[in-house]
Ligand binder design. Structure first.
Ligand code: NAD
Length: 250
């Protein structure tokens, strides 16, 4: 159902973004990949999906502008690239704070402001932002991440209202813990911040949050993203879709 549509997915060289790229490709969309990583691995994925690739570093607004110029019109924009850092606020490295806000929040502002005029002109568009359960609730030691994710939820609602009569929707998807390199990477810092073993972090911190006691799968998140691109989802806008094993129901 996405034949003839072009989709840019940021942070799609790994994890959730890659799963979303695969799901939208499956429905026939032309894919533009973005992200960092090993060039050989990226080339493999690019070929698998018959996709374009743009390696812009989204920490840099000038690089985002250049990327949006090179990519041209996109019908579907998935702002998914994100990073995490776990530390008590008094020790939180200020450069990490700036980078997390720049990637998780400001990059989505820039891609959206540059994609919206083309979507409005066509009278059709889908903006999907990967937020987080941490857009709705907080956990300690993640001050920058939680601030950025609460903010992206507010940004998404705002543009949904601005675009409500244009055929362009804007929604957040808010996963709980999904087993990806981002989660693996925060385990050592969480062990240090809380004085726990690896097993304790997985069972007593991460899965303790999710009543289902299961990690969310990237393919479950990508199926929801694909749904939001359907015609039937034209009236779904300004929403924040939880996919968190019941975490935020508690
Ligand atoms: P991941 O680390 O597997 O993937 C992150 C992607 O972002 C990669 O493709 C990486 O190359 C890209 N990226 C990182 N820095 C970049 C930069 N400066 N410029 C361009 N691309 C950059 O992580 P993931 O778990 O798949 O996370 C994807 C999104 O989902 C993030 O926004 C994250 O906050 C969110 N999320 C993840 C979880 C989880 O449990 N994994 C839960 C809720 C929300």
């Amino acid at each position: 159902f996405l034949k003839g549509k072009r989709a840019l997915i940021t942070g799609s060289t790994s994890g959730i973004g890659l799963a979303i790229a695969r799901a939208l490709r499956e429905e026939g969309a032309e894919i533009v990949l973005n992200g960092l990583g090993d060039p050989d691995e990226i080339e493999k994925v690019r070929q698998e999906l018959d996709a374009d690739f743009n390696g812009a570093n989204l920490l840099d607004p000038a690089a985002i502008e250049a990327m949006m110029g090179e990519v041209g019109h996109v019908d579907i924009l998935v702002n998914n690239a994100g990073m995490q850092h776990v530390s008590p606020v008094e020790d939180f490295p200020t450069d990490k704070w700036d980078a997390i806000i720049a990637l998780n929040l400001t990059a989505a502002f820039h891609t959206s402001r540059l994609a919206v005029p083309g979507m409005k002109e066509k009278g059709w568009g889908r903006i999907i932002n990967t937020a987080s359960a941490h857009s709705l609730t907080a956990s300690p030691f993640k001050s920058a991440y939680n601030a950025s994710k609460h903010a992206i939820a507010g940004f998404t609602k705002t543009i949904a209202l601005e675009l409500a009569q244009t055929g362009v929707t804007a929604n957040c998807i808010s996963p709980g813990y999904v087993w990806t390199p981002l989660i693996e990477g925060q385990i050592p810092d969480t062990m240090a911040a809380r004085g726990l073993s690896r097993e304790e972090v997985i069972n007593d911190v991460l899965l303790a949050k999710q009543p289902t006691k299961k990690f969310v799968q990237p393919e479950e998140v990508s199926a929801l993203a694909a749904f939001l691109c359907r015609e039937e989802a034209g009236n779904v806008t300004g929403a924040n879709w939880s996919i968190d094993g019941g975490w935020t129901a508690e």
